[in-house]
Design a protein around this ligand. Structure first.
Ligand code: ASP
Length: 608
């Protein structure tokens, strides 16, 4: 028997017990003739006391950090208790020990505040994973996993595996491809998600499917992306959007309860995509704080039912606003005391290339009822007051206004909103606010090809009352300059995203299940009949055999874990992640392969 207890288990109630422990040497401290050693495993850390009688043996077998050690001994009450660790009231008086394996000196210290930099820790990830901080993240990940499985199982969902070696499933990213040895010159694609398989399972009658599954997307990596990542992927039959929203609101609430012991009892707020874009400049707004955009000019054509407040800024011959396509203001609570230096810093912030604005206009709504702005030359106090009222600004607030081209300005204002909220401490790490964003546009316009692209994916259904608009109109865009006048431009999708604290944590849609409508969708995306058959013949075929109405969604599992763990980075929650260049620095992958492997694949490498 290697061990009778773990290194995190023993307490005062175990005093006098004879025990055997095994684990890794955390520290060795010699005090005169006695030696203290902390021994660590996944469960915790225990202090070992080696008395003088073991010195000769210790001298002959010196112990170092990360040695694998087995000890036998007696549990005793400690005189010098450590309240910071669970086993801090006891220690083991060692009677025998044996070194199960040695370790070379680790490249960084295995403790919470390690001296190892990111690259080093990734290269020796198996050592990094011994650290408490990383272990906690993986434990949290496992508890999210268990919670999701329990909920889905209790609701009759069935976990069904789908293949990884498949044919391309377009979800808007590039595929990873795998050459087939048995079919020379042909390639599999790795799934960007199991999308078409889960739909086929619905056709097969498995009306509630789920899988916690790897997805592969060959994208340029941003900080919070990984080329392979995990989704909680779900699909249901005989459901409408409302059924899906309720079921998966339930899932997330259950995870909150099981993992964080949070009772999220209130109904999850809902917002249309248009409202999200109009009020927050963003389709995944953080609604923990109530700062909304004031659109001073002009409603974009994508907003069908919004009017701006242009009258508030027009007529004073202020060229910056007059010449801008869009002008948007936000009011920051309690920031009117910002100094010149601080407003200058904000101006520099919006001018950074990532934000890309030319400047920033501010209006201070002073607590004494006066106004001070960077545009006093143009705007009278009455006009400033009118803007402040429209922006919902209170005395003591600071109004920030950006002007420029539509998309850039909207995004910049949204970024500024988050930046200011961070500065003002409005994004509290222990507060969670969920949101459903609904009614996304079904299509986006692709200027290069003068055609439509699916905003979510090509299997997403239009809103039921807009199916006819899709069926009865020709998707071809005859007048490119006027593409917004095309009836397809305003079709809304039966799609939904779940947002948590400003992060999209999941998304899905009610699917097309009628063959004709699916063909129409493919045609709108520029696929002729032949291409449709080549790429999706299997799905169109399946839709001929009684496909039920269905819909589903997928949660980004890594990101959900990161948010629940209070981290920005999904990498911290993945056992063996890739770096920002998509490399596994521990394996040194990707790498070249042997000539023999090329020969077997009948492939000759000729890099361009
Ligand atoms: N397959 C979709 C995705 O990966 C999710 C869904 O529509 O269910 O985003």
């Amino acid at each position: 028997m290697y061990r009778s207890h773990t290194c995190g288990e023993l307490r005062l109630t175990d005093v006098k017990k004879e025990v055997t422990l095994a684990g890794w040497v955390q520290t060795v401290r010699k005090f005169g003739s006695i030696t203290f050693i902390d021994i660590r495993d996944r469960y915790g850390i225990t202090q070992l006391l080696f008395s003088e009688s073991l010195n000769a043996q210790l001298d002959a077998n010196p112990l170092g950090r990360e040695f694998v050690l087995q000890v036998k001994g007696t549990v005793n009450e400690r005189s010098n208790k450590n309240a910071n660790i669970a086993t801090g009231e006891i220690e083991i008086t060692v009677t025998e020990f044996s070194i199960l394996n040695k370790s070379v000196v680790p490249p960084f210290t295995i403790q919470d505040d390690t001296d190892g930099g990111d690259d080093l820790r990734m290269k020796y990830r198996y050592l990094d994973l011994r650290r408490n901080a990383v272990k906690k993240n993986l434990e949290l990940r496992y508890s999210v996993n268990r919670s999701a499985r329990n909920y889905l199982h209790e609701n009759s969902f069935m976990d069904i595996e789908t293949p990884f070696l498949i044919k391309s499933t377009p979800e808007g990213a590039r595929d990873f491809v795998v050459p087939s040895r048995m079919n020379p010159g042909q390639f599999y694609a790795l799934p960007q998600s199991p999308q078409t398989f889960k739909q086929l399972l619905m056709v097969s009658g498995y009306d509630r499917y789920y899988q916690i599954v790897k997805c592969f997307r060959d994208e340029d990596l941003r900080a919070d992306r990984q080329p392979e990542f995990t989704q909680i992927d779900c699909e249901m039959s005989f459901v409408e959007q409302e059924d899906i929203l309720n079921m998966f609101e339930g899932l997330i609430k259950r995870i909150f309860k099981d993992v964080k012991n949070i009772d999220y009892t209130e109904k999850v707020e809902r917002m249309t995509w248009e409202d999200a874009m109009w009020n927050y400049g963003n389709d995944k707004p953080d609604i923990r704080f109530d700062i909304k955009l004031l659109n001073l000019k002009k409603p974009s054509t994508v907003f069908t039912n919004k009017t701006d407040n242009a009258s508030l800024i027009n007529g004073v011959d202020f060229k910056v606003f007059d010449e801008a396509e869009t002008v948007i203001a936000i009011s920051i609570p309690g920031a009117s005391e910002y100094t010149r230096k601080q407003t200058d810093e904000l101006t520099e912030w919006v001018k950074r290339p990532q934000i890309g604005m030319k400047g920033l206009v501010f209006i201070k709504v002073n607590t004494d009822g006066t106004y001070k702005s960077s545009v006093d030359k143009f705007y009278s106090e009455d006009k400033l007051k009118a803007i402040a009222t429209a922006a919902n600004a209170k005395p003591g607030d600071l109004i920030l206004i950006l002007a420029g081209t539509e998309e850039k300005t909207r995004k910049a204002t949204s970024d500024l909103r988050m930046y200011m909220a961070d500065k003002s401490g409005l994004r509290k790490s222990d507060e969670y606010k969920l949101l459903w964003v609904l009614d996304f546009p079904l299509f986006e316009y692709a200027e290069e090809d003068n055609r439509w692209v699916a905003r979510h994916h090509p299997f997403t259904s239009p809103k039921p009352d807009q199916i006819d608009v899709m069926i009865n109109n020709d998707p071809v865009i005859k007048d490119a300059a006027n593409y917004l006048a095309h009836p397809y431009a305003n079709i809304k999708a039966n799609a939904y995203d779940m947002v948590l604290n400003g992060n999209e944590i999941g998304g899905g849609s009610i699917r097309i299940f009628q063959k004709e409508l699916q063909e129409k969708m493919f045609a709108a995306l520029g696929m002729d009949k032949e291409e449709q058959q080549h790429k999706f013949g299997f799905l169109l075929g399946a839709f001929e055999y009684g496909a039920p109405p269905h819909g589903g969604l997928a949660f980004g599992f890594d990101r959900l874990c990161a948010i629940l763990g209070g981290s920005e980075s999904i990498r911290d929650f993945i056992a063996f992640p890739k770096n920002n260049s998509g490399r596994d620095v521990m394996l040194d992958a990707p790498s070249t392969i042997d000539d023999k492997q090329f020969d077997e694949l009948q492939i000759k490498l000729d890099l361009k």
